[in-house]
Design a protein around this ligand. Sequence first.
Ligand code: SAH
Length: 206
Amino acid sequence: MWAVHLTENVNMLKEHNIFEVIFLVGFVVGSVIRVIYTAGRRGIKAKKKYSNVLDIILVSAAGIGMDLPFLYLFTSWFDFANYALPGWVGWIGTVVFAGAVLMLWRSHADLGRNWSATLCITGQHSLVTNGVYRFIRHPMYTAHLLWAIAQGLLLSNWLAGWAFLVLSVPLYIARIPKEEHMMLEHFGDEYRQYISRTGRLIPHMY
Ligand code: SAH
């Protein structure tokens, strides 16, 4: 039974183009990075939690947008929303996805055990201002935005391609001011100075 499903999935994959395969590879590499660093923070407890229901709803919505491509790749449900893209768009998407995965890795490596999916200050929190955090305060969100743009460039489908971008922008709009407020409350002048020399998502620009 399992083998039949696998053969069916492999056959469906064959019908897909190279960019959809590249998307899957990037997705797996990015997910492995996340799993490794999530495991690395085992035992860390939140000292003060700042996420509310809205934050949890917005994180879940972004997660749906991130996973929707699987329904597109392995069912025909979204075929009505297909469109054609020239090949060079897919190659740009490949470069953007590689940048997203690289950025995700570096930000996880630099943030270490201070990382959390929801907003909180942990018992042993330290302010990270080195590595990619030297240039921007939210490299992990930049990585996810790049991922969302790459998804749109690699998958030629209005729904599966752009759902992550559309569903994740509200999360960052709501979360970044809240997160910075939390960091200011906890780290005070140290974070205020850090703000003065860094961008939020793009160095020197925003
Ligand atoms: N916004 C950051 C981190 C995302 S993970 C980024 O995009 O890279 C969210 C958690 O990271 C928050 O709960 C906060 O406690 C922690 N955090 C954010 N910036 C930090 C920093 N510069 N140093 C230490 N922890 C940080």
